[in-house]
Design a protein around this ligand. Sequence first.
Ligand code: HEC
Length: 135
Amino acid sequence: MKKVWIPLVVTLSIFFICTAFFQEYDLNKSIERGKEVYSANCMDCHMAEGTDPQNTYPPLAKSDYLKKSADTLINIILEGQTGEVIVNGQKYNDDMQPQNYLSDEQIADVLNYVRNSWGNKYPAITPPQVKALRK
Ligand code: HEC
C-alpha cells in the first residue's frame, strides 16, 4: 500500500517536464535582451532608432528588407551583407561585416528587438533557428 504514491509522482514529473519543454518562447524577454545587444553591436551604424539620417547605412525602422524570411536576416548577421541592397526604394552598396561572434541567443534577441521596434512587428526568431544556419 505504501507504494501507491509512486504513479502519482511519476505522472506529475512527466507533466512538469512537458510543460517546461513546450513553454512558449518569451518574445518580450528576448526583445528586452536584444536592446542591449543592439546598443553594443549595431547602433554605431544603424543609429539608436534604426534610421538613416545621412544616407549611409540602410534603415531598420520600417525597413521593407525585414519582410524577407527569418533565415535571410539570420544569415545577414552570421555572414554579413555585401553588394547592392535596396531598402525602402533606396540603393545601398556597402559592407556589413559578419557579426558571428554573437551567440545564437544574442542573434535571436537582437533580431527580435529590431523586428519589434520603431514600428516593426514580426513573430519571434528562436536560438535553434540561428543554430541551424550557423556553419
Ligand atoms: C559597421 C557598420 C554596421 C554594423 C556594426 C552593423 N551593420 Fe547592419 N548593415 C550595414 C550595412 C552597410 C548594410 C548594407 C550592406 C550592403 O549594402 O550590402 C547593413 C544591412 C543590414 C540589414 C539589411 C538591410 C536593412 O536595412 O534592413 C540588416 C537587417 C542589418 N544590417 C542588421 C544589423 C544588426 C542587427 C546589426 C548588429 C548585430 C548590424 N546590422 C550591425 C552596416 C552595419
